[in-house]
Write a protein that binds this ligand. Sequence first.
Ligand code: MG
Length: 350
Amino acid sequence: MSRYAWVLGACGLLAAGCDPGGAPSPSATIDPRDMGSDDDVGAGDMGPTPVELHGQLEVAGTELRDEHGERVQLKGPSSMWLNWENDGFAENVEALRWMRNNWRATVIRAAMGVEPDGAYLTNAAKAKSQVEKIVDNAIAAGVYVIIDWHDHNAQNHKDQAVQFFSEMAEKYGDKPNVIYEPFNEPLDLDWQSTLKPYHEAVVAAIRAKDPDNVIVLGTPNWSQDVDRAAASPVAGTNLLYTLHFYACTHTAGLRGKADGARAKGLPLFVTEWGATHADGGTDGQVCLDEARLWHEWMNAHGVGWTAWKLDNCGQDSSCILAPNAPPAGGWTSTYLKGHGVFVRARMQDE
Ligand code: MG
């Protein structure tokens, strides 16, 4: 069986109604360029790690640049909400090394849940230990890591966020690996009166301990309204702004809004995307044609990204891994599902 048919047989890219035990659907097709490779594209590569290669990052105009002044486009996975991450994929250093070597991942995002029961507000010690494990792994593996305050209502938890990011900046501010993301997806908040002051408070707390590492700032309306941030950016250096897209939901209109923000000088980073609907793909659908347009856009502008999400949930098509994926990597096509092979192919793109 070809690799192509094998993935379809494994229910990899079928729409809703996919039966893992059934015959591949004749209508489910995927461009080979969107498959990526099971081969160990980087395994055994003893070359420099991403952080050895790029070092301390900086923001210059609309670009993220490395310590040599070259534009750098980071690519990698986002974790699941860590409070709901039962299998520890994102906390496994062997898995991270494997994704670095085989998928060419250069960054991982640690999505630390805040509000749900058992997340940061009710179990800070556990949440912090999960984040620190991922950051320590990233430092060991030489990849970049985004510390994400994964909260839709962070304006109500500003004091806790300030305290948390102050601690993280104190502990990790001298490591070039670390990127801070203080507000995952704000709801429809007023930028000027609510969201911008929140960011100013957290940025000040970080900058008191760490003068230079990159900070990615959430934008209104689920990190869509980058135009509102572009009209009145936060003062400071090495600040990026978050844009999220889900390709079955967000199309050319949102890219146009992002183009407008970039034209005003706003530098963007996509800390979440899916080739799915914005709910994470509960209907099982993937929209690869539109996702491809998004990636052409990000590649053209050097916009970095982390893909939602490194998890093996059974249903959502944004879950990259199949339920039987082993914990420490080795995720060939048979262990990928939903938009997983597409995510892999985009990471493996040079
Ligand atoms: Mg620093």
